[in-house]
Design a protein around this ligand. Structure first.
Ligand code: ADP
Length: 277
């Protein structure tokens, strides 16, 4: 019982290595860091919402006043308001996705998902967006099915976010390559999962930015990303989905050439049906 009455300084003085003290400080640091991250996040969200909201409120004022009897101006302002409202809508949708995946991160999905099928369906929906920028999506589905334990709609979201980025940051009239490869039979499945990669022929990402890309609201070029309509949350969502699947995300990029985002999903949990006989 005497141990519990020792205060931190006394513990520090008595224990030769002072380990109890160090542990106490680490704990507080972790809690403070979490608190700081939460405050930063709230500040970021508020800022991201305030910009479009201020614009919409400003245009409502203008429409009530100076632009009241000017149909051309009215149409132009309504277009801008629609764009700004769209931006807020995307942000709220992405925030909801992010919080949903974060909630689920501990519970690993167990259902078997046919990856090529998920990719096929997702790419069909993304082609029009790519074609608008004169881009092709090259994808050759593997002959058989490749199954992983996963959540089909979240894996589709990963493909969507990576391909949308390839479209947004890729070069016009270029090709986006989506590939899926299985580990060679002789390699250990524990180390080498199924690889899903998305390669663009865009501007590439300076190396010092790469480690931070999956942070919420981190952008290489904030102004540009906002112009293009990005929320700054796409890769944070990808990271949490990949974590939930106990996978890994790798980024390789060369300036002026393009980038490859690779998701490696573990396959070791798949039970191969026993051969009869
Ligand atoms: P955003 O909504 O801004 O695109 P993301 O989280 O999806 O947010 O990406 C974060 C940042 O990473 C982007 O703002 C962009 O600067 C950079 N980025 C993402 N994908 C690519 C890519 N394929 N090529 C170049 N830069 C990219």
């Amino acid at each position: 019982a005497r141990d519990t009455t020792w205060d931190v300084t006394l513990v520090g003085a008595v224990l030769p290595a002072g380990r109890a003290v160090v542990l106490t400080f680490q704990d507080i640091t972790a809690v403070e860091e979490a608190g700081q991250m939460r405050r930063d996040f709230i500040a970021n969200v508020s800022h991201e919402l305030r910009t479009p909201l201020t614009a919409v409120l400003g245009f409502i004022e203008t429409l009530r006043g100076p632009a009241r009897d000017d149909p051309a101006a009215r149409d132009r302002f309504l277009d801008i308001m629609e764009k700004e409202a769209g931006r807020m809508h995307r942000l709220v949708e992405d925030l909801l996705s992010l919080s949903r995946v974060e909630d689920q991160e501990r519970n690993r999905p167990r259902a078997l998902v046919d990856l090529p099928q998920v990719i096929d369906g997702t790419l069909d929906a993304l082609r029009p967006m790519a074609e608008d920028r004169g881009m092709q999506i090259a994808w050759t589905p593997p002959a058989g099915s490749i199954r992983v334990a996963g959540d089909a709609s979240q894996l589709a979201q990963v493909v969507t976010n990576l391909v949308e980025n390839a479209v947004k940051y890729g070069r016009r009239d270029s090709t986006i390559t989506v590939a899926l490869s299985e580990p060679a039979p002789e390699t250990s499945l524990r180390q080498h999962g199924v690889r899903l990669s998305v390669t663009d022929e865009g501007e590439g990402i300076p190396v010092h930015h790469i480690a931070r890309l999956t942070e919420r609201f981190y952008r290489v070029d904030t102004h540009r990303s906002r112009e293009i309509g990005g929320t700054g949350l796409g890769l944070a969502i990808v990271k949490h989905i990949v974590n939930r699947h106990r996978g890994r995300l790798r980024v390789a990029s060369e300036l002026g050439k393009g980038s490859t985002f690779t998701v490696i999903l573990p396959t070791q949990d798949i039970e191969t049906p026993a051969e009869p006989g």
